[in-house]
Structure formats: C-alpha cells, structure tokens
Design a protein around this ligand. Sequence first.
Ligand code: URA
Length: 428
Amino acid sequence: MTEAFDAVDVIRRKRDGGAVPEPELRWLVDAFTRGYVSDAQMSAFAMATLLNGMARDEIRVLTDAMIASGERMDFAGLGKPTVDKHSTGGVGDKITLPLAPLVASFGVAVPQLSGRGLGHTGGTLDKLESIPGWRANLTNEELRDQLRDVGAVVCAAGGDLAPADKRLYALRDVTGTVEAIPLIASSIMSKKIAEGTDALVLDVKFGSGAFMRDEALARELAETMVALGTDSGVRTTALLTDMNTPLGRTIGNANEVRESVEVLAGGGPSDVVELTVALAQEMLQAAGVHDADPAEALRTGRAMDSWRRMIEAQNGDPDGMLPQARESETVTAPRDGYVTRMDAFDFGIGAWRLGAGRARADDDVVHAAGIDLHAKPGDAVQAGEPLFTLSADDAARFDRALDALSDAWEIGDQPPVRQPIVRERITS
Ligand code: URA
C-alpha cells in the first residue's frame, strides 16, 4: 500500500509550531494504529504537541481519528436516555459508586465504563472488586441487558474502544508527554464518545490530589473537553471541583465501598453527599429529567435497591463480608485544636504504599488496605484523639506510609475557611 503522507513531515510541522491539516492528522493516527508509524515517531509527535499545543480544530480531528480506530457503541433503542460521568481522578473519589445507582433510580441508563487505579489515585473497578464475587468484565450484550433491566452498570472498558488511544497513552506514560491538554482531552473524550452515551458530565479536579494541580489549567482542560463532546453531539457539561483534601473519610478500596453504602443509606460524609448530589443533578438535567430531587433520594435510601441490583447483576453479593486488614495503626492528635489541612496527594501516596494502589498496570491491589480518617479539616480535636488509622496486611508497610504522611496534615488554633467542593460549572 502506498502511504498518503510521510510521518517525518507531520512531526516536523508540529515541531515547528504549525497546525497539522486534517487529512495528515487522520492518516497519522490510522497509520500508527496499523503499525506503519512507529512508536518512536508517535512519541516525537506527542512531544511536539506537548511543547507547541494544538488548535481546537486539530484536537477535534485527533479525537475523531482515535474514535475511528475502534468500535463505536450505540445504545439507541434502550428506551431510556443514557448519561455517563467521568472524573479526572482523585483521592478517596468513590463518587461513581453511589452516583450510578442514584441516577439510575430515576429511570436513566448509566453506562460507566471505568478503569483501574494507577499511582496515587484509586480506580473504581478496584474498589468494586472488594465485593465478593463481583466481576468487572461484561460482554457488550451483557452491558446492554443490564442497562435496560437495572439502569446502572460499572464495568471495564473493552479493548476495542479507541485502541489508538490505548497505544498512545502507553507511549505518553514513558515519554513524559502525559501532561499535554490536547492529548489528555482527546484521550478521555475519544473513549467517552466511542462509548455512545447521549450525555456526559465531567468532574474535572484541581488541587494537590488531582492529575491537574493548577485550577486555571484544569479549567482549560474542562473547556476543551466540553467543546469536544458538544461538537460530537454528546450533551456535555463539566464541574470544576476541589481535590486538595481527600474526599470523604476513607481512602482505599473495601473501606470506600463501605462508605458509599452509608451514603446510599442516607448517611455518609457531607462532602461525598455534596458532590454526589451536584453530579446527579447535572446528569439528570442532561438526561431531560427535571423534576428529580437526588438529595432527598439519598436521604430516604431510595437508590439502595438500584445498588443491590447493580451488584447482583455482576455476580456480586451486596451483603457479602468485605475484606478486613490484618494489621492497623492509628495516629493521634499531638495537641488540642482544629484540623486545618489534610493533603490529598500525601494521603493518596500513603494509601498506595499500604497496598491500596498499584505501581504498574499488572500489579494486584490489597482490597482491605487503606486509610480511615477520623477527623477532617474544620473538625475540633483534643490531644490523644485518633486522627486517622492505617490498615494493611503486612505491618512492614506502615513505616513508608507514615513517611508519606509526615507533613500531610496540620492542627491549628482556628478552623479553616470552608470552601465549597464545586467551584465552577462549565458549559459550551
Ligand atoms: N485519563 C485518560 O484516559 N487519558 C489521559 O490522557 C489522562 C487521563
């Protein structure tokens, strides 16, 4: 086959700060997927993009080309609207667990194709795999049946969804090119658009525990993704949310499932409830359901039935015993005062070192490992009261986790000013 373009020309054009014309960009992604453009060439292109950026139109074409590299799912014919949520990832971010059944309890289908955790942020599939019997892998047919019958599905994204992104992401991971807004936006949105949802709500986080620490950059990422979704016919909005403090009082896997069930039963920490309700309102509005009161639905436990059915449909036992860690160690307050800071990144690293996260994609996680917070910023504590408890299967893990946490929290004389979690709503 004669190739239409030369990869070196395309790389040079981006290296020199130019815009890559649509036919060349589409060819590049296609030829990379076919194996004609090498990993070295695609890495050079990724670096040129990181350094010189892309115009909105180039990002749209890149996203579209990555969608075209694989299958595109279609949920038309389900008889109900579909709406998905994507979070850019954080520490203690278990929101998908109460959110999917909550939104489904209003007759909306929620296809949450999710991933596993890497580094200090957790993965939704890892959390749900703490539940005895629960399985993450579904066929497309099982996914569709569950969407129709139960409404909520959280499962692993199949390998046929945007395979070009999968290969490119693996290269970016080892070439220092993850942090480019055009590449992040096209990576996330190619998978979400290929998934075939009618509407999408993005939870774009900023702060120490977020992938994008800087609020202005997180806003730019959110605006780029909202524009991409809208241009592809997916009703897309984003909430810009604070990830400087871990969400809720649990960081790990099994403990996050326990906390999510508390939220579904009408309790749970106020920040988890606040964000779950804000995202549910966005999703319901995007699905055309305008008379719903998700806060009331959580208070009355109305979504618990959807949760149980969602877990059972994937062979999980909603009443099964969650794993318990063999060892624990509690850190106490050295003085009276108020907790003024708990750093999300440090707590994420601490939980990871306890075994709750993985360093490489094929590592196993320890489902019972993690951290339970007994106090959060704003809470008054007295000397000797427990601040947080570390749990692990092996006590040898505590020293390194405690090292990560040595500067992770502070106690002061005055409570900090309370900030709302949702800082901004971004629409097209
Ligand atoms: N998540 C993705 O799926 N892709 C990125 O590039 C970053 C986060």
